[in-house]
Design a protein around this ligand. Structure first.
Ligand SMILES: Nc1ncnc2c1ncn2[C@@H]1O[C@H](COP(=O)(O)OP(=O)(O)OP(=O)(O)O)[C@@H](O)[C@H]1O
Ligand SMILES: [Mg+2]
Length: 743
């Protein structure tokens, strides 16, 4: 391919970064300046112009969604299958390493991931067992302490003893917590990274293998790496890999979770000959939005300093709407989205961003009321919902009987007469004998430590798990999931609850079967088995995968999860003192700058139109607050803002807004304000293929039986096909190997 075509559509600075000789490099630039685009093109350049194999490339992105997009974009540019390239989040990649080298990492093959909710439950139990008062040692604080230490690479033995009893006890909690995770084969999120780092340090032959392999390491959003992530990359890179990092100090928004923006400087010191390339042209936002964002962020001190310009038109001013209350705010936003849609715009072009997850409920109600489809990223994550976690816990316990977190969750769900007293006996036996709860139950039963009824109940539970496991061994994953939902009694339990909420829970359980059906285990992880693969997928990709990509829907997410994304229409809701900046940030002075960066991230997501809203009163977290507009609004010069006046109050609510959304605002806006270009939907390609297969065709596979071809990609030896098998769900197969028979 002609090298210039890879550089087409790039400015000089971008082209310089993409086509640089092999070296270490930092691309430091503001929002929307094409950092991610440079990273993607660089990967293509490495392969096409410098003859590097995808096998030698490791790319780290911030979300699984971003990873999938990047893989797709690179495949599109280079036209080959990139399955041999490793690309993912820090957690996803580290998890993959641990799965592959579980023995060297001292983990059982069936180890499971402990999410933050389960982690908290486990800690509560540990506090109790140590006789520590939850008031003096709030479980969340202990959780923060443990995760914080792990993020710094510290085990309990690495933490110095202090004379302060609280610290000593926190350390003790960490110790006991870790022992019980290790016993149960559970790793929390921070542990995944820490163990992967320890794997480098303790197993030189494994490190050598990967150092030999990954000659090229590329990391997006580097400003948000924490100490352990930095160390992991540093060790892996050794002295020979070429590392390209891209980042923006103004978008560092995870300081509260241990991210260290100093890692950008550290990189320049630690990596030989690292050069900095700065990009200054913004291609995303129209003039007013960009200038307003620049002015806002200029209020921060200690910036590396960047200037961003655009040659795009001034565009529309930022709309600022002051609502009576949160319902009026939601209604306003929704009415604007409906207008946008009426003018031919697509819903997916609209994003509503908020500071706190709790804000989403009112927005959801307003969207439902208006009949607009929406999708939530993060927050109410599918795999975090109660009923899903219940069902997954059955699967987890079937995969690994020592999984204490799963045991605790379902031992009496649905209720089967195992009360607190019985559980206390199980827990204390487990603690005294250093056993897991499952092992402790066996002992308690054998030694007849329980009254007959309790003992029958525990036995019944254990039998159920063993039976479920035996009965489903040879089933495809989705049938296994379905069987568990039915035979565990979960479905019956939720059916008995009645009401809309219960129905939603049943719908979700059914959706879980679909999720299992469409789950694809990556080829190189086949050893771990479909069940373990699915469980890890649920823990790692919670929420990101929930979206049905085919429905046009408004996107709702927190400001944090909007990082790296862009939308023609952005609404920032609840921009009020105490909410954004948050109360906590206001109390701890040094966090104000980080909130401002978060505001900058939010504003710079907007391409054509940014709307900022705040409410005079707001009911949130169960109380009513009267609030002032955020200081961030005042920091945006007036010339970029169009303040929307509320229409005169109407006493009669509009009929279509009879419930809940009946406050003052009465009509939509003049259409002159809405002449935004709408974006055409992406075309979908149906291709013919040199394999002789076509999309939509029915085929037969020796093992998986009959199914329908969903998608074909790549050519020749690399050609792959995705087939939805009637009994086994979606599988991605190499055409050469699969030997599909057309029907
Ligand atoms: N040279 C260019 N010509 C035209 N469009 C470009 C160019 N470079 C980037 N873009 C477009 O500008 C937008 C922003 O690019 P990109 O997402 O790579 O920026 P970024 O620096 O990674 O932003 P963020 O800091 O928000 O992650 C994208 O739509 C991208 O396709
Ligand atoms: Mg980016």
């Amino acid at each position: 391919m002609d090298p210039s075509s890879l550089l087409n559509g790039l400015n000089d600075k971008q082209a310089q970064a993409v086509s640089a000789p092999l070296s270490n490099m930092l691309v430091l630039a503001g929002a929307g300046s094409g950092k991610t685009r440079v990273l993607t093109h660089r990967i293509a350049w490495l392969m096409q112009q410098l003859g590097q194999s995808p096998y030698s490339i490791l790319a780290v992105t911030f979300t699984n969604k971003a990873a999938a997009e990047m893989r797709e974009r690179v495949e599109h540019v280079v036209g080959t299958n990139m399955s041999r390239m490793w690309i993912g989040t820090f957690h996803g990649l580290a998890h993959r390493l641990l799965r592959t080298h579980y023995q060297d990492a001292n983990l059982p093959q069936s180890f499971q991931i402990l999410d933050s909710d389960d982690q908290l439950r486990l800690l509560k139990r540990i506090l109790k067992s140590l006789n520590l008062d939850e008031k003096q040692y709030p479980p969340r604080q202990a959780q923060g302490y443990i995760n914080g230490k792990k993020d710094q690479g510290l085990r309990p033995k690495d933490i110095e003893n202090t004379i302060f009893p609280i610290e000593q006890n926190l350390k003790k909690i960490y110790e006991v917590y870790q022992e019980s995770c290790d016993r149960a084969g559970l790793v929390d999120f921070a542990e995944i990274l820490l163990r992967a780092h320890e794997l480098w340090l303790n197993k030189p032959h494994i490190l050598a293998h990967y150092q030999d392999r990954f000659k090229h390491i590329l990391v997006d959003e580097f400003q948000d790496t924490n100490a352990i992530q930095y160390a992991w990359i540093r060790v892996l890179a050794g002295n020979s890999a070429n590392v390209m990092i891209v980042g923006d100090d103004d978008q560092s928004i995870y300081g509260w979770r241990g991210a260290q923006v100093e890692n950008l400087h550290r990189f320049l010191n630690d990596f030989n000959g690292a050069e900095t390339i700065r990009l200054e042209q913004n291609y995303r936002s129209s003039g007013n939005i960009l200038k307003a964002s620049n002015e806002l962020i200029a209020n921060n001190s200690e910036r590396l300093g960047k200037s961003l310009w655009t040659d795009d038109v001034e565009g529309e001013k930022i709309a600022l709407y002051c609502a009576f209350n949160e319902m009026d705010e939601a209604r306003y936003i929704v009415s604007r989205i409906a207008d946008w849609q009426d003018n031919g715009g697509s819903l997916a072009d609209c994003a509503i961003l908020y500071r706190s997850n709790a804000q989403s409920r009112v927005l959801e109600e307003a969207l439902l009321h208006k009949g607009l489809a929406y999708r939530i990223y993060g927050g109410l994550r599918f795999f975090e919902r109660q009923e899903i976690k219940d069902a997954m816990s059955y699967l987890r316990l079937m995969a690994n009987k020592d999984d204490d977190a799963a045991f605790e969750r379902i031992v009496n769900t649905p209720a089967r007469g195992i009360g607190d007293r019985t559980l206390d006996i199980l827990r204390s036996t487990a603690r005294q004998e250093q056993l897991t709860l499952w092992q402790a139950s066996i002992k308690v039963l054998n030694e007849k430590m329980l009254a007959a009824r309790a003992s029958n109940a525990v036995r019944g539970f254990m039998d159920l798990i063993v039976e479920l496991q035996q009965q489903t061994t040879d089933m495809p994953l989705y049938r296994m999931t379905d069987t568990v939902i039915q035979d565990s009694g979960l479905k019956t339990m939720y059916q008995a609850e009645k009401g809309e909420k219960a129905q939603a829970r049943i719908d979700n359980l059914e959706e879980l079967v679909t999720a299992a059906k469409t789950f694809e285990l990556p080829e190189d992880l086949e050893d771990m088995g479909e069940l373990n693969g699915f469980l890890s997928h649920a823990a790692l990709e919670a929420g990101e995968g929930q979206a049905d990509a085919f429905t046009d829907a408004v996107q709702l997410m927190t400001l944090h999860s909007a990082k790296g994304l862009e939308f023609p229409q952005v609404f920032m809701a609840g921009v009020e003192e105490g909410l954004f900046p948050s109360k906590m940030a206001l109390e701890e002075g040094d966090r104000l700058d980080e909130e401002r960066r978060l505001c900058y991230v939010g504003m710079t997501r907007a391409m054509q139109k940014l709307t900022i809203t705040h409410a005079e009163s707001r009911r949130i977290y169960g109380r009513e607050d009267y609030s002032r507009p955020s200081r961030f609004i005042k920091e945006i010069p007036e010339q970029y803002v169009d303040e929307i006046r509320m229409k005169t109050k109407v006493t009669q609510p509009k009929p279509s807004f009879s419930s809940g959304f009946s406050s003052g605002y009465s009509s939509g806006f003049s259409s002159s304000q809405r002449n935004q270009k709408s974006q055409a939907p992406k075309p979908s390609f149906t291709q013919n293929h040199d394999s002789g297969l076509t999309e939509g065709q029915r085929v037969r596979h020796k093992k998986f039986g009959e199914g329908k071809v969903l998608e074909l990609e790549g050519m020749g030896e690399q050609a792959c096909v995705r087939v939805n098998f009637d009994d086994y769900g979606v599988k991605k197969l190499k055409v050469m190997i699969a030997k599909l028979e057309g029907l």
